[in-house]
Design a protein around this ligand. Structure first.
Ligand code: FMN
Length: 151
């Protein structure tokens, strides 16, 4: 199989020894972001706090994945999966994300997510899989439509 290398030129590689960490309120608005999240996404920590987490949603991600994320958080209290995120400068970065609840006095108060780097083979596998899913959802694949995600 041959890959078009130019598709990978704007990628930010997540370092192996760092974790991207964030927390959100129950509606998905960011309440905490670590330094690594800020530097990888291209925002300052201050700019991230209070923003909906979909500020890093990449247009290549199928809707069904985020439906699965929220359904799974509600029913099982956790979700994990492979996510392509968009940077403020429209570059992108791939992660394996684990999302789960934050409890205080046994009460669900927030959600947290910890993300780690993935292999090149996984990036190719999930890009191909998500392209097919978007195609099935009737959406344009590799659509250039960034404004709604960063305004
Ligand atoms: C703790 C937590 C972390 C999340 N992290 C991301 C993320 O890194 N990238 C992303 O696109 N969506 C993330 N989401 C999901 C977003 O809240 C949102 O559902 C998704 O971006 C789809 O956007 P939409 O709901 O506006 O369609 C996260 C949600 C939670 C609760």
């Amino acid at each position: 199989m041959e890959y078009n290398q130019s598709e990978f030129l704007c990628e930010t590689i997540v370092p192996q020894n760092e974790l991207i960490v964030s927390r959100t309120d129950l509606n998905g608005n960011i309440t905490y972001a670590n330094e690594t999240f800020a530097s990888i996404s291209g925002y300052t920590i201050e700019a991230l706090i209070g923003k909906p987490h979909n500020c890093v949603r990449h247009p290549d991600m199928p809707k069904a994945i985020f439906k699965e994320l929220w359904d799974s958080l509600r029913t099982k209290g956790r979700w994990s999966g492979f996510v392509k995120n968009i940077r403020k400068d429209f570059g992108y970065y791939w992660v394996y994300a684990e999302v789960s609840g934050v409890y205080r006095d046994e009460q669900l108060v927030e959600y947290k997510s910890i993300r780690t780097p993935i292999s090149f083979e996984d990036k190719v596998y999930y890009q191909t899989k998500y392209d097919a899913m978007k195609n099935k959802e009737g959406e344009l694949v590799r659509k250039i439509s960034y404004e709604p995600y960063n305004s």
